[in-house]
Design a protein. Structure first.
Length: 187
């Protein structure tokens, strides 16, 4: 059985230095064993490809009355620290729930509006892309991953579209297009 594809897109006016979305956070539960969702709250998440795992604020821990499930060592720019690990479930904006995420406590500055860092433990579950066109940042995420997004191949497709097989290759190699960039991929 294939998994349903879900996606969301978040737009920001201007070039954004931080990618954020709302997410719902729950105390960890098995979604297959509950009839109704347990208490949860909406928080603002920052998406960070530099973070290996998710991290949550003290506010989330206090709001949801979370108890540590274990302890781990965390590396940050300030060094290595021993941190408590909390089990949570996250509901992304595309209504894709992810159970049993291990999140450590992170220190967020009071002026920041975010309470959770979405790290690579979630980002790796799908396709993540960021664009900055016409002074507007747009990022999109879908799960599960459905293709390899390759901008180089996209550019080549555009660059070589309309070139006839026996024409000289536009790359100036001196070869016919069919013997150069127009070659069928090897199987």
């Amino acid at each position: 059985m294939s998994q349903a594809i879900r996606a969301f897109t978040q737009s920001f006016s201007g070039i954004s230095l931080i990618l954020t979305t709302p997410v719902l956070i729950y105390k960890a539960f098995n979604p297959k064993k509950v009839k109704e969702l347990p208490p949860h709250k909406q928080y603002r998440a920052v998406w960070d490809t530099g973070a290996t795992h998710c991290a949550i604020s003290k506010k989330v821990i206090d709001d949801l009355l979370l108890q540590p499930s274990s302890v781990t060592n965390v590396q940050s720019i300030d060094g290595y620290f021993e941190k408590s690990v909390y089990l949570i479930n996250i509901m992304l904006p595309n209504e894709f729930g992810i159970p049993f995420i291990e999140a450590t406590e992170a220190k967020f500055h009071e002026e920041e509006k975010e309470d959770i860092i979405i790290g690579m433990d979630i980002i790796r579950r799908g396709d993540f892309v960021v664009t900055n066109k016409n002074n507007k940042t747009v990022f999109s995420f879908r799960t599960p991953s459905v293709e390899c997004i390759d901008f180089v191949k996209q550019i080549e497709k555009i660059k070589y579209s309309g070139t006839r097989p026996n024409s000289p290759c536009p790359c100036n190699s001196g070869k016919k297009f069919k013997d150069c960039h127009g070659k069928a991929p090897q199987k």
